[in-house]
Design a protein around this ligand. Structure first.
Ligand code: ACO
Length: 364
């Protein structure tokens, strides 16, 4: 048997019509549209419709009303948010509540699973802060309702637009770790809830969607641009990874970083984000790229989506421990599309391992 491929790097494990990640060109295409054409111009509900086209029959032209109903329907699960769940991180508590949703393969289950993190993460954040959960407004747009549920009052339209742009930017991204996990589970025909739970579990790790919370810790610890290089050098000396940098596929800038930076610039112009914070992040980015070039000369390490995700979600007043949950709100749409694609056209995913342990006689 051939040697195992470490981390499955470069292995093509699925064909997909959903998204293309071009790591050399730094380009992300979602069902034919470059991400920067969709982000900030199309609502999450519209891009969800685009992604799910052909995977559910029938699929309404406008998914907004049904998604609103799904938010209202999953809200009843929030009653199960007891003290034990409140002691978990928002993504862990939201995962536990999502596990209450029954498996299935139809559109109704799919919409409930997109609604789940959008409803559960705000409820958990509020419960941890000692506030009662706010029920969804089925008539609201998805992004505006998420902000309303977390704040307890309607957010300015600019903030809802910024969250919408974020959710669209991260809705799908090829065969990333969480999407692969979702596809593996879907390939067993376990159902969409099981696939989404696998996606959430893979997403929460710091090497994947768990990175933006620690980005805030990094920015706070650096404090001032003049400290950046020394702080980053010390982190690498300790053997730490710089959160928000490096990517398995992108060998150049992650295009989502600039899509999100444009959104943050818009918020700063409107006075909704602190301009000093963006300047600090840009200074840290430049210092980190210099340090990484010097310390890892053979590697092409650049900024990934998470540095500016952290800044954007901070400007929208999400607490850092909820950032991964907000990522799940957007990516759930992608996991479900991939799960359906896998079920409709794929086989059981079952690779092999190469045994390198003792032979039976040696072990005896
Ligand atoms: N900081 C410092 N060194 C790094 C970083 C980083 N952020 N990323 C990679 N490297 C180094 C590794 O130490 C390694 O160096 P070595 O060969 O001298 O030991 C080399 O680059 C290759 O690293 P791998 O782990 O093999 O690269 P891989 O493709 O597996 O990692 C990953 C990709 C996990 C994203 C990595 O770059 C990383 O840990 N980044 C920080 C966490 C992060 O930002 N995660 C979010 C990613 S985006 C997303 O998932 C939504």
């Amino acid at each position: 048997m051939s040697n195992a491929i470490d981390g499955l790097e470069g292995v093509v494990a699925a064909e997909t019509v959903l998204s293309e990640v071009d790591g050399a060109a730094g380009r992300l295409v979602i069902r034919g549209f470059p991400v920067e054409v969709l982000a900030g111009r199309r609502a999450y509900e519209e891009v969800l419709r685009l992604l799910w086209d052909g995977f559910f029959e029938p699929l309404p032209d406008d998914l907004g009303p049904a998604l609103g109903q799904a938010r209202a329907s999953v809200f009843q699960e929030v009653a199960a948010l007891d003290g034990g769940l409140r002691s978990l991180t928002p993504i862990e508590a939201a995962r536990a509540l999502t596990a209450r949703i029954a498996d299935g393969d139809g559109l109704e289950v799919a919409l409930r699973l997109v609604a789940a993190p959008a409803v559960f993460v705000p409820a958990v954040v509020r419960a941890k802060a000692g506030f009662a959960p706010v029920p969804p407004d089925p008539k609201s747009s998805h992004a505006a309702d998420i902000l309303r549920m977390i704040r307890g009052e309607a957010a300015p339209a600019a903030l809802a637009g910024a969250l919408d742009a974020y959710l669209v930017t991260i809705i799908d991204h090829g065969l990333n770790a969480s999407t692969f996990a979702a596809r593996v589970v879907a390939s067993t025909r376990a159902g969409l809830a099981s696939a989404v739970l696998a996606g959430i579990s893979a997403l929460k790790g710091p090497l994947h969607g768990g990175a933006p919370g620690p980005v805030i810790e990094m920015l706070d610890a650096i404090g001032d641009a003049s400290n950046a290089t020394a702080w980053l050098e010390a982190a690498l000396d300790r053997g730490d990874r710089l959160m928000g940098f490096g990517h398995r596929v992108y060998k150049v800038r992650d295009p989502r970083a600039d899509a999100l930076k444009a959104v943050i610039r818009g918020l700063a112009r409107d006075g909704a984000a602190l301009p000093g914070r963006l300047a600090l992040a840009e200074a840290v980015e430049n210092a980190a790229l210099d340090v990484l070039r010097a310390r890892k000369p053979g590697r092409s390490l650049d900024v990934n989506v998470e540095l500016y995700t952290a800044l954007l979600l901070e400007a929208l007043d999400f607490p850092p421990d909820a950032f991964t949950g907000v990522f799940a709100m957007g990516r759930a749409g992608g996991w479900i599309a991939h799960a359906r694609e896998q079920v409709l056209g794929g086989r059981l995913i079952r690779p092999q391992s190469r045994y390198v342990g003792p032979r039976p006689l040696e072990a005896a």
